[in-house]
Design a binder for this molecule. Structure first.
Ligand SMILES: Cc1cc2nc3c(=O)[nH]c(=O)nc-3n(C[C@H](O)[C@H](O)[C@H](O)COP(=O)(O)OP(=O)(O)OC[C@H]3O[C@@H](n4cnc5c(N)ncnc54)[C@H](O)[C@@H]3O)c2cc1C
Length: 382
């Protein structure tokens, strides 16, 4: 097994070791778009992407695939910790990020469906509805200013919405939301990077970064020490392992998928309770995820396993609300890791001559990721 650089051939060293200008750490949406935009800006630079995992891209291939820019209860919640300007700057960044993503990859090949989205309020959500309903006209005005979209949030009765969910009391329809297949989107980004001459190297875990002002050295678990001029750290929910001083905490999100359920009459991206709960269709199946707010401390982890507490809560919501008592089998369960912190805005900054970080995407990375990648590329050449 040739693992450390001492065992590499001349040719391998020439390609993957010598004169690497930028190493992007993390092959999620942020790392891959950083590499793509950077290669456009500096075609002559040797740029590479490293990832610890042999397949997939962190949360990027484990998410729900919502192309969304902020549901009303999420905005109400954001306004308790930040002002209107910051809240709708984030809406704008999400909207702009989605437009940039559409320009960057052929979204039809990523199963892009402009299905519209819904925020749901059930019988037990009267208080949340009371906090939300009066804000809708203002949210529409601010969303229009931020994105150019009119009537982003439309109040509907359950009957008007046509949604069959048990105990549904109020609905806010968001016609501009869409869904994608995040795995296919990721594959398209990987292919684009490779086609541009950016290798995406897998199975390399970096456990320590050391800089001397001229170079950055990455100590890896199995591949010795690698050297590069600059590193862009795009490790999101795993960042504290490398840079514990940054305010990026891991937050696990658990997901389940059902067997095919014939006769589903609804489609869209569905949000509940400030975005903590979300569901959609995958063909005739239902994907449902989230609920970390019911066991928040336990879910502040980058461990990819599942827990009974969350899985039972997801199943309860599925059978009681979505399927009105009907039982179906669960065929898939998995977890993914968000990067969160005291602020919702991502962290993009140069730590020193050799290290840039582009992390803390929360549950918004499909929307924010491409814009952050573009900004990280610009920062890397500045
Ligand atoms: C279950 C779930 C559902 C979600 N749903 C949505 C949604 O519908 N819409 C939306 O916009 N967002 C959603 N998100 C959030 C979104 O997926 C993330 O914000 C986004 O994918 C983050 O992208 P990233 O590139 O920053 O990080 P990631 O995709 O997590 O990529 C980081 C990469 O870094 C690698 N890495 C980490 N540490 C190291 C190391 N030391 N050495 C080498 N490699 C390393 C990891 O292996 C990983 O591949 C969801 C997230 C989850 C978990």
């Amino acid at each position: 097994m040739q693992r450390t650089p001492q065992q590499w051939s001349y040719w391998e060293k020439d390609l993957f070791l010598d004169g690497i200008e930028v190493t992007v750490l993390g092959a999620g949406i942020v790392g891959l778009t950083t590499a793509i935009f950077l290669k456009r800006l500096r075609p002559d630079w040797k740029i590479q992407v490293l990832d610890q995992w042999t397949i997939g891209g962190g949360a990027t291939t484990r998410n729900a695939g919502f192309a969304c820019f902020g549901s009303p209860t999420e905005l109400v919640s954001d306004l308790t910790t930040q002002d209107e300007a910051a809240t709708f700057a984030l809406v704008k960044a999400r909207w702009d990020g989605l437009q940039l993503l559409k320009e960057t990859v052929d979204m039809q090949k990523a199963d892009y469906v402009p299905c519209g989205g819904y925020e749901l309020f059930f019988s037990e959500d009267e208080l949340a509805w009371a906090d939300t309903v009066d804000q809708i006209p203002r949210f529409n005005q601010l969303a229009h200013e931020a994105t150019g979209v009119k009537n982003a949030y439309q109040i509907k009765t359950p009957a008007e919405s046509g949604l069959p969910f048990s105990g549904l009391r109020q609905v806010v329809y968001m016609p501009h939301e869409a869904r994608i297949h995040p795995g296919k989107m990721h594959q398209l980004l990987v292919a684009q990077a490779i086609n541009m001459g950016v290798p995406v190297i897998r199975g390399v875990e970096v456990e320590h970064i050391h800089t001397d002002g001229q170079y950055a050295q990455m100590t890896t678990t199995d591949h010795g020490i690698l050297r590069t001029r600059q590193i862009v750290v795009a490790t999101n929910g795993f960042t504290r392992r490398l840079l514990p001083e940054l305010d990026v905490q891991p937050a696990r999100n658990q997901v389940l998928v059902t067997e095919p359920v014939p006769g589903l009459t609804w489609d869209g991206t569905f949000h509940y309770q400030e975005g903590y709960v979300y569901f959609r269709r995958i063909g005739d199946r239902i994907l449902l995820g989230g609920m970390r707010h019911i066991d928040k401390m336990a879910e502040m982890t980058d461990d990819l396993s599942q827990t009974t507490v969350i899985q039972e809560a997801l199943e309860h919501f599925l059978f009681k609300r979505i399927l009105s008592g009907k039982k179906v089998a669960i065929t898939d369960r998995w977890s993914g890791i968000l990067g969160v912190g005291a602020q919702k805005w991502p962290i993009l900054k140069r730590l020193d001559n050799n290290i840039i970080v582009a992390v803390r995407m929360g549950g918004m990375g499909v929307a924010l990721g491409t814009g952050l990648g573009q900004q990280a590329a610009a920062l890397t050449i500045s």
